[in-house]
Design a protein around this ligand. Structure first.
Ligand code: TRP
Length: 333
């Protein structure tokens, strides 16, 4: 069977190395083994959080530039903007007509986000997972690479696919498999090793942005939280030292080493040495990507051309699928 992956990032501000290493790099590692790849910039999902939708245009272009600068070839793969493919919202409506509200109210992301401000919880946030299911199923994607936090949404997508098939009495959708990324690609906050690095953390020092310049990267790593002990050479010791574990893990990733080797290198050393080497390794890795992003953003029309080309191939795949879906729903064609 032909394999097809679809994944996406919400174009919010503050894209950081956690998104880069956790999402983009894990996609890149799959490019050679998967037949067809679709990488979406899910701008309509960004509208579910008002603070994220302010700079939507700029953030959409930045994510597109980040995909390309990180090594996703926009000619070989399909990089596109969700709102350029109308099938997503259409299909999400059909899904919302067969998805019980109970399923949506059990989603932990909805529970977390809506508990902060119950009166101002919008319908879009509630039906967010039906749009995500549409993103995936409109393409009949076979695999969906996501972080652990999105696993529940992919499982719901499978339930929706099954419910739809049952409803129309036909195997329209095959159930997509989630590909959950490795634990080592889970990058933690620089201020608290137990919290995931996050776009919404109030502290800028908790994360390294893709557009941070070299001095800012150096400064943020210098200020990163640590504990008072020197590094021990034993891997199990890291379990109770989340900040040390995170910094050493980042160093291992940026120097393409395994953690055992990194522990040997730093055994008995102080954090000042780890930080200085990590800062250099981070700058070495991220600087060319930052410069490439800036170059792409400087030539907006070329970037938009890539996105239009991506939308064209996305549309040409999903238009026949949508025809089949409408037909299965007994709509007048
Ligand atoms: N909900 C995902 C997130 O917040 C983003 C997303 C939207 C997505 N549609 C998708 C991821 C489809 C994978 C496939 O990270």
């Amino acid at each position: 069977m032909k394999t097809r992956i679809l994944s996406g990032i919400r174009p919010t501000g503050n894209i950081h190395i956690g998104n880069y290493l956790g999402a983009i790099c894990s996609w890149i590692s799959m490019l050679d083994t998967i037949d067809e790849c679709f990488f979406c910039i899910v701008d309509q999902h960004a509208l579910t959080t008002t603070e994220d939708s302010k700079d939507l245009r700029k953030n959409t272009l930045t994510i597109a530039a980040a995909y390309i600068a990180s090594g996703i070839d926009p000619i070989k793969n399909n990089i596109f903007v969700q709102s350029h493919v109308p099938a997503h919202t259409e299909l999400s409506w059909y899904f919302s007509c067969i998805t019980p509200m109970g399923w949506l109210s059990r989603m932990t992301q909805f529970k977390d986000k809506s508990s902060k401000n119950k009166d101002q919880t919008m319908t879009g946030l509630f039906v967010y997972p039906t749009l995500m299911a549409a993103d995936i199923l409109a393409y009949k994607a076979t695999h969906v690479p996501v972080g652990e936090d999105q696993k529940q949404h992919v499982e719901l997508t499978r339930d929706i696919a099954q419910a739809f098939n049952n409803y129309v009495g036909k195997e329209i959708f095959t159930l997509p498999e989630p590909i959950i990324k490795k634990e080592t690609s889970r990058i933690m906050s620089l201020r608290d090793g137990l919290k995931k690095m996050s776009k919404s953390d109030i502290s800028d020092y908790s994360r390294i942005h893709l557009l941070d310049d070299n001095d800012t990267i150096q400064l943020k790593i210098r200020k990163a939280k640590t504990d008072a002990e020197p590094i021990s050479g034993i891997i199990a010791d890291l379990e109770n030292r989340p900040e040390a574990k995170n910094l050493l893990n980042l160093y291992a990733i940026f120097t393409q080493n395994n953690i055992e080797k990194v522990l040997k290198e730093f055994e008995g050393k102080l954090f000042s040495e780890v930080k200085s080497k990590l800062a250099d390794a981070t700058v070495n890795h991220m600087e060319p990507i930052r410069l490439k992003i800036l170059e792409l953003l400087n030539d907006e029309s070329t970037l938009i051309k890539y996105l239009k080309k991506g939308a064209e191939s996305a549309n040409s795949l999903v238009i026949p699928h949508m025809h089949e879906i409408r037909q299965s729903l007994n709509m007048l064609l």
